[in-house]
Design a protein. Structure first.
Length: 302
């Protein structure tokens, strides 16, 4: 007992005498202040104003949860949530499938590998709005002309003006631009896999598909997780592509939640109402991110 007590005392004295370099505080505290000032404080302000009838300026009154009740009865907001979740899932799957496919190709023994990597990464460096207007012209003029020449009826008119197909240009642009970043992360993951694993598999006569499915993909588990989480987070916040291509139309069919919050909250006098929408959307995003991490982490352990 005495020896145990003396050991615990010596251990406690070691911890109590340990000094922390003040440089850590000088680096951490300013960062905490900046994050709190520009992230948490505006969020708390928005959450408070969601309980009022504020228009973003002038006087306001506290109305409780009336904005939230009205929001859940708003068909336009419900449609925006359905569209956002549906297109986010499509973009997430498409981005990761395309990114992984390109990464595996670029990781193989091909000539001009570094040049191809730079070419595939260029779309990620471009402004979404600028390249979005370029794609808008493509979908409005050359593509319908090509569809008419080939006799493809659904392609003969602009997809952007078609209320049933306007989601295609948005998803195409988002996947085309986001796949570059996913490719970069998957390439980093492929570099961590030892070549001896593939050499042993080739000796056993493993086919290329079995090689990918039973070796490459399982070993890329952590990179798949982070890519899926980042892709879903970015896709759920889709905004620039909609502004550049459809502007939420036609007939409000391509309005995402972020676009609706911006358009009506800042432009149509629904500041407090859309603040309630923003708080709800934040909770939805947090729940989805938590569930996604749980599912993928469980899959990695299996």
């Amino acid at each position: 007992m005495s020896s145990t007590r003396s050991a615990s005392r010596s251990k406690a004295s070691r911890f109590s005498s340990r000094k922390v370099d003040p440089a850590f505080y000088w680096m951490t505290i300013p960062a905490v202040i900046l994050v709190s000032l520009f992230l948490y404080w505006p969020f708390l302000q928005g959450a408070f104003y969601s309980l009022t009838n504020s228009q973003g300026y002038g006087s306001w009154e506290f109305i409780g949860f009336k904005n939230y009740v009205a929001m859940f009865q708003d068909a336009r907001i419900g449609s925006a949530y359905l569209f956002t979740v549906a297109i986010a899932l499509l973009i997430t799957v498409g981005t990761n499938v395309l990114g992984l496919f390109i990464a595996v190709l670029l990781n193989s023994k091909i000539a001009f590998k570094n040049g191809f990597r730079a070419i595939f990464f260029v779309p990620y460096t471009l402004s979404v709005l600028v390249i979005g207007y370029v794609f808008k012209y493509i979908f409005m003029t050359p593509l319908p002309a090509l569809g008419e020449a080939l006799g493809i009826e659904w392609l003969s008119t602009s997809l952007i003006t078609n209320s049933d197909l306007a989601w295609i240009p948005i998803a195409f642009l988002a996947i085309w631009q986001s796949a570059a970043y996913s490719t970069l992360l998957y390439l980093a993951g492929l570099q961590t896999i030892d070549d001896e694993v593939y050499e042993a598999a080739s000796i056993d006569g493993v086919s290329p598909w079995q090689n990918f499915w039973h070796i490459t993909f399982p070993l890329l588990g952590p990179f798949v997780t982070i890519n899926m989480v980042l892709s879903l987070k970015n896709s759920l916040s889709i905004f620039d592509q909609i502004v550049a291509l459809t502007g939420g139309g036609p007939d409000s069919k391509t309005e995402s939640v972020s676009f609706l919050i911006f358009q009506n909250g800042l432009g149509n006098g629904e500041y407090a109402y859309q603040m309630a929408n923003a708080v709800t959307f934040f909770i939805v995003l947090a729940i989805l991110a938590f569930l996604q991490l749980k599912v993928f982490n469980r899959g990695e352990r299996v």
